[in-house]
Design a protein around this ligand. Sequence first.
Ligand SMILES: [Zn+2]
Length: 96
Amino acid sequence: MEIIEGIIRAAMGWMVVFMFISAVIVVALAIRKHLIVTRNKQDINPCPRCGGEAVIIKMGETLSGEYWFILRCEECGYSDGWFYNDIETAIKEWNK
Ligand SMILES: [Zn+2]
């Protein structure tokens, strides 16, 4: 009986861990989706390193209520390392 109880307890423990991880993943995906600025994909050149799809990511808000943007490759994570405060400039620089 004790063995069965132990197994049930262990199973419930793993279930809690599993549910916690699922919740974290769902939240992370929701945030990520929110941060990526949807944009006409033809505007942005593919990644110079791997040819993957690049996305615009909205970063922190400045005191004046503007956002900073970075461009980053979805495939390999490459970024040109700059922050831009407007999307047009960000794309122009990335496409150079
Ligand atoms: Zn890439």
